[in-house]
Design a protein around this ligand. Sequence first.
Ligand code: 8X3
Length: 248
Amino acid sequence: MNILVTGASSGIGAAVCEELIKQRHVVVAVARRIEKLHELKAKLGDSLVPVQVDVTDRAAVCSLRDALEDQAVSVDAIVNAAGLALGVDMASSANFDEWARMVETNVTGMLSVVHTFLPDMVARGTGHVINIGSIAGSYAYPGGNVYGASKAFVRHFTLNLRADLAGTGIRATDIQPGLVTDTEFFSVRFRGDEGKATAASQDFRGLQPVDVAKAVSWVISQPSHVNINQIEIMPTDQSFSALTLHRE
Ligand code: 8X3
């Protein structure tokens, strides 16, 4: 299959590229940082096709579709892994530009890719949209506000895709990881403060990007009559807090 992976330059996206190439797929690897994609290609070989596209740039996403069509490359599946969390501030003191950026990437960027590539999949009668959501889309926590809400959008949009795509043969899946370490996630979330990023991901065993990538690969490898709607994956060391009650 030809599989388009966004957010491919690092973390879960890069691990997904590696896992899919191991399964003998061809990966169109999309990210802003082309030098990182070239490094990945040097490691993974010619089955990885690096493309510099920012998913928040609508024109660039549309041009990518046209360029692939010109080269007679049909996209059989999409893995939307581009996404980020910014800050853990309470809603009353959060930075609005950071909220907007999370929505632009996690919601609008994901929608842009789906909107661009879905019609071709429907026309061919085959395809699979896999969105990387988060457990933060199902469970609220202090400071999760817009990040969690953006991932709740991803979850519900994926379910609504299932509703719209009934009878088309196109599959849709939301993979919802919990805390993944050894990615840039916390360094980005804490705005480059490596001390805080390290503190957030130490003294327990988090998920590794490859754990999530294997779930993606498993979902794609199911027979065409099987649709995995969603998968929630947590590190064994991560669990739930009790609901809180504020008393006078
Ligand atoms: C991130 C999951 O648990 O760090 O998508 O909020 S968590």
